[in-house]
Design a protein around this ligand. Structure first.
Ligand code: 4AD
Ligand code: MG
Length: 461
């Protein structure tokens, strides 16, 4: 008999129906006359209860198994008298597929997330991480649905690149040179012209610049890919490898950009409610009380908008002792961002028009000459979820900015060409996918929403 996934059994199964299921044991319980095995195959949060009675030939072998073992069972579905499930399976045959050694690190429930990080290859077998990775998959599809429904084209930006989009010097270098004796130029510096690509190359920190190429021909595009940052931050919100969604629209300004960002976040929340209800109910129960109500309120709220200058004024006036000083011209720190979103406006908040001096070269310079047309979307608990801007499309201003930022005009000639040959105002943003997942699931550490987290000092498997 063909195997039926447990999700389908629970949703569509009928009493009397013969089915075969396969999965991993969540728990085994035995009373005098019957035994119960909860079987989960990952297709959904809930497990199927197998009722093992005395007639089953493989009864002993089955009830000897422990949490984690895998088995295949065939039998008949019956209406369940137990709480919390409509159907259970009375198997007439059970085949043990893979026994589980008692030393399994995910034997017991209630182990800490920190402990589980050390056994990241086994943690998806736990309820929490199973739920995290199902939500992750559903929301990835929801991203594509959102943009497709709105006529955006998917753009595959390169992963290997020679341009440092954010200009923060956080690129991982990619080289095939012999590290022990790299070729040197007469001035003693490494001669990258003899490297694989003929110049210094790295892993992308953002697909934006290349997405701009396509936006200025197809109109509306988005990228959704891995990005890499060699920053030495070990905060719970920073990973060295993370996935970013970056839409880019031609003939659009900052307001269009903000509207798109707000609609996007709301769409993702709606999809999570619709497609991940059971997993979200678990996060509500075990990870963050009040999560569902909080997300529902956000899905309905109008996001607030404050200029950077207004935000600085509010922070200065609030009288809270912050660790980092608040001064016009300095970047906002996490503590400031959280106060603004959590206490000041109590909902997601766009902070717009940051000082030019603390933002990358590509942002559109406002008429005041001191600020740029950019936005950060700050959300309670997670802080910055989105960073975006209108792009500098005026050739003269862009050339000046490149110079002021110490970037070579030659390296960015292709970028300037997009302005030189029929430029157009355009805007876009980047949403950090793992930050979104933290927000939706209530998980507090970015390492707990990545299958194999990459952070300074750690890149296992
Ligand atoms: O603000 P960022 O650096 O913006 C850009 O990269 C722009 N090029 C985006 C654009 O306009 N197309 O990053 C965007 C988002 C942040 O708001 C944050 O959610 C996430 O990416 N992010 C990180 N997520 C996890 N770990 C890190 N180290 C992150 N750095 C940024
Ligand atoms: Mg940012």
């Amino acid at each position: 008999m063909r195997r039926l996934e447990i999700k389908r059994v629970l949703e569509e199964g009928k009493p009397g129906q013969a089915v075969t299921v396969a999965g991993w044991i969540k728990s085994v319980r035995q009373s005098k006359t019957v035994g119960f095995i909860h079987l989960n195959d990952g297709s959904c949060f809930d497990s199927l209860q197998l009722v093992i009675d005395e007639k089953l030939p493989d009864r002993e072998a089955a009830l000897k198994q422990i949490t984690g073992a895998s088995l295949r069972a065939s039998g008949t579905l019956v209406a369940s008298s137990g709480k919390g499930q409509a159907l259970e399976l009375r198997p007439d045959s059970i085949e043990i597929v893979g026994e589980c050694d008692p030393s399994s690190p995910v034997q017991k429930s209630g182990t800490s997330f920190e402990f589980l990080r050390g056994v990241a290859h086994m943690r998806p077998r736990t309820n929490t991480f199973g739920a995290v990775f199902r939500v992750r998959s559903e929301l990835a599809f929801a991203v594509h649905e959102f943009f497709r429904e709105r006529g955006f084209f998917l753009c595959h930006s390169p992963i290997l690149t020679t341009s440092d989009c954010e200009g923060a010097g956080a690129m991982f270098q990619v080289s095939t040179l012999d590290l022990s004796k790299p070729p040197r130029r007469p001035d003693g510096l490494i001669d990258f012209s003899r490297d694989f690509f003929g110049e210094k190359t790295g892993l992308t920190v953002s697909g934006q610049l290349e997405a701009e190429i396509l936006a200025l021909s197809l109109g509306k595009v988005y990228t959704f890919g891995p990005t890499f940052r060699a920053e030495l931050s070990t905060t719970p919100r920073h990973a060295s490898e993370f996935w970013m969604i970056e839409p880019e629209m031609a003939f659009a300004d900052l307001k269009d950009d903000r509207e798109l960002a707000e609609a996007f976040v709301k769409h993702l929340l709606e999809r999570a409610f619709k497609r991940c209800a059971r997993d979200l109910a678990f996060f509500e129960e075990r990870v963050e009380k009040g999560l569902r109500a909080k997300l529902e309120a956000v899905a309905k709220a109008d996001f607030a908008v404050l200029s950077y200058s207004e935000a600085v004024a509010a922070l200065k006036a609030c009288g809270k002792p912050f660790q980092y000083p608040v001064e016009w011209g300095r970047d906002l720190q996490t503590e400031h961002e959280r106060w603004l979103a959590e206490e000041h406006v109590k909902r997601p908040l766009f902070v717009i028009d940051y000082p030019l001096s603390i933002k990358p070269f590509y942002m559109y310079c406002n008429d005041d000459g001191k600020t740029v047309a950019c936005m950060d979307l700050l959300v309670p608990r997670v802080g910055e979820l989105i960073g975006g801007s209108q792009r500098e499309h005026r050739l003269e201003q862009l050339t000046r900015r490149l110079k002021d930022c110490g970037l070579s005009e030659e390296s960015y000639r292709w970028y300037a060409d997009l302005r030189r040959f029929g430029g157009a105002p355009h805007a876009g943003f980047g949403l950090g996918f793992e930050r979104l997942l933290m927000y939706v699931t209530g998980m507090e550490n970015i390492r707990d929403v990545c299958l194999c987290p990459r952070v300074p000092g750690f890149a296992k498997f």
